[in-house]
Structures are given as C-alpha cells and as structure tokens.
Design a protein around this ligand. Structure first.
Ligand SMILES: C[S@@+](CC[C@H](N)C(=O)[O-])C[C@H]1O[C@@H](n2cnc3c(N)ncnc32)[C@H](O)[C@@H]1O
Length: 331
C-alpha cells in the first residue's frame, strides 16, 4: 500500500470480493492468511462456519487486531508473529490447507504509526521496519556507501536522480544525523524542478522500504514455502502493490504453469510437469468503484494459481531474480 494515503481514510481490505469469489469454491478447511494486518480477509473467511484461519504477520503490533477474532472464533483462529518466509515453521495438526493468501505491502495502521516512519509526512528518526528486521532505514542512510545507496535507489525505486541523492546524503550525514524530514528535504532540493504527479520522495522511500524489510527474498521464499505447504488442488493468491512485487508473482505463476521440457537456466534439467493451473492469465484489478472508495487500491493486482503437481523445482525462480537479491544484500 502506498504511503501517500490520506491519514483520515478508513481501512478497506483490497479486492476482497474478488479474492473471496476465487477461494470460496474450496470452503470447508483451513486457509493461511500470510499478511493478517487489520484482519479484513481473515474475518470474512471465518464468517463461513466450516473455515479455519491460520494468520501470520511480521508486525507484532497487529496482535490487538487479533483479539476480537480470537474471542469470537476460538480454536478456528490461530495467529503467529512470523514472517511469511518462515511459513515452514508453523505447526499444522492434520489441517487440510485449502488456500494461502498474501496481501503485500503495509496496512493503514502501519502508515498512520509515525514511529514506523513509513510515510514521508513523518518526522524523526528514520525507521521503516515492519517487524522482525535486522536493520532500519536509519542504519542504511547513516552507514551505506554512496555507490550502494545509488544502486538501491535505482534498482528498487527506479529513481532517475539516484546518484545525486546518494551523493547529497553522504555529504549531509557528515554534519548531522539525517532524519525522515531531512531525507525528504534532500530529495526535494534535488528534484525541485521536476514536475511529476507523485511525491518527490515516493521512489526513494519505496526503495528503502524494500531493502529494510527484505521484501524480495521474503516474497520469493514465502511463495516457494506456500507451494510446499499446500496439497494439490489448493490455491495460492497474491495481491501486489508495486511493479517489482508483481513481476516476481507473475513469473511464479506464469513460468511454472507452462509446459516446459527444460529450464532456461538449467537446460540439462528435465522439467516436464506444470506446477500450477491458471484460470486467469491476466491479473484481476480493482473496479472503478473500489478505486473511488479507496484510492490506494488503484495499484493493486491479484494473481492466483491452483497447485496441480506435488513437486516443483524452483531453482530458476531464484536465478531469475538474483540481481534483486544481490542488491537486497548490499550493506
Ligand atoms: C496490506 S496489509 C494486509 C491487510 C489485510 N489483508 C486486511 O484485510 O486487513 C499487509 C500486512 O502484511 C504484513 N507483512 C508484510 N510483509 C510481511 C512478511 N514478509 N511476513 C509477514 N507479514 C508481512 C504487514 O505487517 C501488514 O500488516
């Protein structure tokens, strides 16, 4: 979800009706909600008496949002404060997993929480940690060298002024600690003659959030782990909000639903089985009504696949995105 969100706005689970119509034919079992957030998806799925939810979120502050569901649905609802790359750590008791869902990005509560510093209207120490992180945006801005900062802004933000912004950060941090508002000022100073529809800081903030939360490896590992967890016939559904996420999710479903005799990256490997059946080749987008009611939903894309093969070799998935993983590991 985008940080330009109106802070007065209400929480609307994005593409909720579309998601429910995809998974409802499988109702009567356990669904894993990998991104619990404010619980919009989980609550809707639990309305059906024969469904259970196992929910995950890396942000322990969503715990408050789980209380109502724990009270109402008791054994039918279980929450883990884990990242979805750790999906393989959850304990399943003969649960029949019907579907695994991801609604990537940030919840309205997280953006409103100025301590998290996810929005460029926040003030104070840079942060951007969603939960269970190894480092913050402050660590990156105060320590990373100019070349690596340039790469991060370029690759994760597609920022045209990456080099100039990185140079100015390194110059400024010699004389003072760069806070959220200082970073916005540095970027505004460099892009002052630019006329764009988006906020000057959107791209750099996106890049930092991806890096700090290791969103690339989270997503790749989360998707592979979900495939390994669901039985044949189960659904994996993912809502993305920016083009890098969508590229990864699109490749995952499209590449592994095609009949292939060999892998492009490992031509010696015979891969003749498809892993997914796709019902929609194109992503499902929010209706104009939904966008009117909830403008940040405009960048959402929903993709899903039905698992049709027990085993799948995902080596070329990581190979395909190795450059992004390389940048994510820069310090
Ligand atoms: C857009 S919100 C989900 C909203 C939710 N679908 C609802 O209806 O309320 C995304 C949530 O995913 C969580 N999240 C993001 N990346 C995660 C990860 N790698 N592992 C676990 N949770 C993650 C965030 O902390 C946030 O609470």
């Amino acid at each position: 979800m985008n940080a330009t969100i109106n802070l007065e706005s209400k929480h609307f689970p994005v593409l909720l009706n579309e998601l429910i119509s995809i998974i409802s034919p499988l109702y009567g079992g356990t669904f894993i909600d990998c991104t619990f957030g404010q619980g919009g998806y989980a609550e809707k799925i639990l309305e059906h008496k024969k469904n259970d939810i196992i929910a995950l979120d890396r942000d322990k502050e969503v715990f408050n949002n789980t209380l109502k569901l724990q009270k109402k649905y008791k054994q039918r609802f279980k929450f883990y404060n884990l990242k979805f790359s750790q999906l393989d750590q959850i304990k399943l008791k003969n649960n029949e997993i019907k579907g695994i869902i991801f609604d990537l990005g940030y919840s309205l509560n997280q953006i409103k929480n100025s301590q998290k510093g996810l929005s460029f209207s926040d003030k104070g120490k840079l942060n951007m940690k969603m939960g269970i992180n190894d480092f913050s945006a402050d660590d990156v801005i105060s320590k990373m060298d100019e070349n690596n900062l340039t790469k991060v802004f370029k690759v994760f933000g597609d920022e045209k002024y990456s080099k100039k912004i990185a140079k100015e950060i390194v110059k400024k941090r010699k004389v003072k600690i760069i806070k959220t508002e200082d970073l916005v000022k540095i970027i505004d100073g460099i892009k002052k003659y630019q006329k764009t529809k988006i906020h000057n800081s959107t791209k750099v903030f996106q890049a930092l959030r991806i890096l700090v939360n290791k969103e690339i490896s989270e997503l790749i590992n989360g998707l592979v782990n979900s495939f390994n967890l669901i039985p044949v016939g189960g659904i994996i559904a993912v809502v993305t909000f920016h083009s890098i996420e969508d590229k990864i999710v699109k490749f995952f479903f499209k590449h592994y639903s095609e009949q292939r005799n060999s892998s492009r990256y490992f031509p010696e490997a015979e891969i003749s089985e498809r892993c997914f059946k796709l019902i929609h080749k194109k992503p499902i987008l929010p209706s104009s009504n939904e966008i009117k009611k909830n403008p940040p939903s405009r960048s959402a894309k929903l993709r899903y696949g039905i698992k049709i093969n027990k085993n799948c070799d995902f080596n070329d998935f990581r190979e395909k995105f190795k450059n992004l993983i390389y940048v994510e590991n820069l310090r």
